[in-house]
Design a protein. Sequence first.
Length: 80
Amino acid sequence: MEFIWFIMIGAVAGWLAGVVMKGQGFGILVNIIVGCVGAVLGGWLIGVLGFSSAGLIGSLITAFIGAVVLLFIIGLIKKS
C-alpha cells in the first residue's frame, strides 16, 4: 500500500512541479517519474537542511520541492 501512495504522491507532485516550471504537466507517466525522483531528491535536501516532514501533506510538499529542483537542474543542463 505504501508503494501506491508513493506513486500517487509522485504523480501529483510531478504535475504540480510541471505546472509551476513549465505551465503544464508532462503526462501521467513522466509526472510520476519526475515526482518520484523529486521525492527522493526532496527528502535528501530536507534532511540536509535539518528539517523533517511527516504525513501526507509533508510528503507532498517534500516531493514537490524536490521535483521543482529537479526540473530546474534539467532546464540548466538543456540550456548548455
